[in-house]
Design a protein around this ligand. Sequence first.
Ligand code: SAM
Length: 312
Amino acid sequence: MHWKLKSKIQNAISLLPSAASYEAYYWVQRHYGGLRHVDPIMGFNAAIETWTRIQNQDQSPIGKVFLEVGTGRAPIVPIAYWLMGAKSTITIDLNPYLKEDLIAEHLRYIAKNKDKTIALFGSLIDKQRFDALVSIATKSKLSVSELLDLCKIVYIAPGDASNTNLPDQHIDFHTSYTVFEHIPPNILTAILREGNRIIKNNGLFVHRIDYSDHFSHSDENISAINFLQYSDNEWAKYADNRYMYMNRLRHDDFLALFESIGQQVVASEPDIDKRSEKLLKTNGLSLNERFSLKSEEILAIRGAWMVTKKYG
Ligand SMILES: C[S@@+](CC[C@H](N)C(=O)[O-])C[C@H]1O[C@@H](n2cnc3c(N)ncnc32)[C@H](O)[C@@H]1O
């Protein structure tokens, strides 16, 4: 779909009163968008990738407490943390987006594809926990609260990760998957400060950030850096709504942000986008002044994993 048409639809739906707007947007996503077919593979992979990055820092996530920022429609990442041995996950979302029919569809996939799911986790899976999940997944009627209880998931929504009300040093790991690019910089700073307060001294932040223009995910005619040609005011006309807001912070901005709140970056794994790299080298995109002084290496980064820990 042409990205400007998508933007018009999102802007129009976001003008509806909240409850009607959420329902309308869900309906559009379910019938025409990314939620037409769902399975838990991407969420499981996100959790496995997070888990292995913790292990790469010589820490064991088994028996530990996770906090996930931005649950989204289904608690797939927290389910995966539990399947791999986490003690519990507190998952917080500003919007109560959980959808029972969608969760049921994820569980049906797991029940139908047991071997494939076990193979995905490999040696990381706790087989007893997996069997317990499958027995919930094969029930005729899903109980979301039973699922959350089984997987030791505390779901807080509406809730704000910048103000969790959790005690100091309560969690071991602070994680998110493709969430931080959607949060305004001042709130992001507050979320990281709050994370710094509630995380144990030896805990880790593990975050995946998608820097790409999200309109490029459904319009192949534009590149991942298409949005860097616009000023903040121009861009706001296209995407300053509850469904598509993107802060357009780049990798260097995120590195500086983590450092500014007292988190030392211990691993940063940027992915370079070849198409963007070529566009930048051939001057194929006129960059807005907010981005024109940044290096091509920074601008061509499409996404990154960041692992950070408290200084000291
Ligand atoms: C793009 S969605 C990603 C959801 C999920 N991680 C996924 O990959 O499907 C971003 C989520 O972050 C949530 N969010 C935004 N600001 C937040 C905040 N301050 N605290 C908690 N969640 C927030 C949004 O409501 C939304 O559900």
